[in-house]
Design a protein. Structure first.
Length: 201
């Protein structure tokens, strides 16, 4: 899909107004990212990360009153405890000198578990709509193997369908509806799938 022509409306606004909105909102996201990191840094200052291992259980921070302190901090600044906890974790994974301006806090959070995150974040993939190199949440999720919000590839779409059809009744209804489509039924009958021993049963 190519770039949207400059004369085309985007939703109910002109392309020029859309670009104006995007420019302003990107500045707001940048401010929000700074706020999230400041909260994370302050939470780290109040309660530095504690190493896990040895006789210390995975949830060992709670034994030292870390949760209680962070809950007090969260309450005093008016932020949910879970947000403070996530901000602290992400701030610990991204020292200030490795944080990338113009990349949202959420994308830093998604990429935080990658061993090569400091290099990876400076090389965003190209967006399929306009070819610009920039991060989106789905692009970041693909880097770490998470489910995306807007699946593009066949595999991603199949995984999305599987997620929606966890319930047996939903799965049965979807399968029935799909098999009523002649092209789908024909392809399904012709594909080779593992029978997991059912043929010999």
């Amino acid at each position: 899909m190519g770039a949207i022509p400059t004369s085309t409306k985007v939703g109910s606004v002109s392309r020029a107004r859309y670009e104006e909105i995007i420019a302003g909102d990107r500045e707001l996201v940048e401010v929000d990212t700074k706020i999230q990191f400041v909260i994370g840094d302050h939470a780290l200052e109040i309660e530095p990360m504690r190493p896990h291992g040895g006789s210390l259980p995975a949830g060992g921070e709670d034994l030292f009153g870390v949760r209680e302190t962070l809950e007090m901090y969260a309450e005093d600044v008016g932020v949910p405890y879970n947000q403070v906890r996530l901000n602290r974790q992400t701030a610990s994974r991204w020292p200030a000198e490795y944080r990338v301006q113009g990349v949202s806090f959420e994308i830093h959070r998604i990429l935080e578990k990658l061993d090569d995150r400091f290099e990876r974040i400076t090389n965003p993939p190209r967006h399929p709509r306009d070819g610009a190199a920039r991060w989106t949440q789905d692009a970041a999720k693909r880097q770490v193997g998470w489910r995306v919000d807007s699946p593009r590839s066949v595999q991603e779409k199949v995984e999305a369908i599987h997620d929606l059809a966890v319930d047996e009744q939903v799965a049965a209804r979807v399968a029935t509806d799909f098999l009523r489509r002649p092209g789908v039924a024909f392809r399904a009958a012709g594909d080779d799938y593992p029978d997991y021993g059912l043929a010999a049963a």
